[in-house]
Design a protein around this ligand. Sequence first.
Ligand code: G3P
Length: 282
Amino acid sequence: MKTKIFLDSGDPAETKQTLDLLGYLDGQTTNPSLIVKHPDAQARFQSGQKFSQQEILDFYKKVIQQISAIIPAGSVSVEVYADAQTTAQTMIEQAREMNQWIPNAWIKLPTTSEGLKAAHELSQEGMRLNLTLCFSQEQAAAVYAATKGAGKGDIFVSPFIGRLDDRGENGMDLIANIVKMYQAGDGHVEVLTASVRNQDHFLEALRLQTDIITAPLKAIQPWAEAGQKVPGNDYIYPKGALSSIPYQEISLDQDWSAYNIQHDLTDKGLEKFASDWNALIG
Ligand code: G3P
C-alpha cells in the first residue's frame, strides 16, 4: 500500500489504541483544537482552572513526547500557535523550539503568507514541515514552490476536505487535483489528506493513492475491522450533491510569493485554532 496512515488526535491513549488496532501506525497529526480536547486539558478546564501560556505549552510538549514514545519511527506533527497577527519570525522561533521536543517532529505552519515565509526559511534549514489549512490548488502550488530543495517527504501539505464538504464543495476533488498537479513535480511535498470525517473520505483517499491520510480513530476503525483493504477503481465515491472543484492548470515553477494563496477557510481555520487554544489560557 502506497498510502501512509496517520492518526488525527491529541490523545496518546488513542495512539496506542490505533497502533494495537492496525498493527502499525505511520504517524500522528495534532493541532491546537485537538490538544484542547485531551481529557486532562478538558478536566482542568471543567474544574474552572486555566493554564498559563507556559503551562499549556509544557502540556503540549508532554503530550507530544508521549505520542513520540509510542511511535518513535513515525512522524508526529506539532503545530505552532498562529493567529492573523502572528509574524513569520514568531512562527520560526516557535518551530525551532518545538522541533527540539522530539526527534520525529514535523512542524505545522498555516498556509498563509506569513506561514509560507516561515516555511521557506525553515525548509532551507532542513526542518520537516506540514503546511496546514490548505483549501486550494494554488495554495498547494505555493507550498511546493516555497519549499523547493527540501528532501523527499520532508514537506507535507494538508488539504482539509471535510471543511470544503461542509460548504457544499467536493473536498475530494481538491485532493485529486493536487495529486495530479504534483505529478509534474519532484516529489518533495507529500499530499496529506486531512479533515477526514468518514469512511468514504478514507476509502477515496486510498483509491487516489494520496501519500498520507490522517484520520480520527472513528474513521480508521471500520476500515481496520473490514480487513484494511485498498479500494480499486471500481469504488465509486458517493459525492452526493457536493459541487465539483475543477482542475486548474497551475505551474509549479513560479516564484512562491507570486501565487494567490488567500482563502477564507484558511482565515477562519486559523481563528478557530487560536480561539480554542486561548480559551484554556487564563
Ligand atoms: O486533520 C485536520 C483536522 O484535525 C481538522 O479536522 O474535522 O476539524 O475539519 P476537522
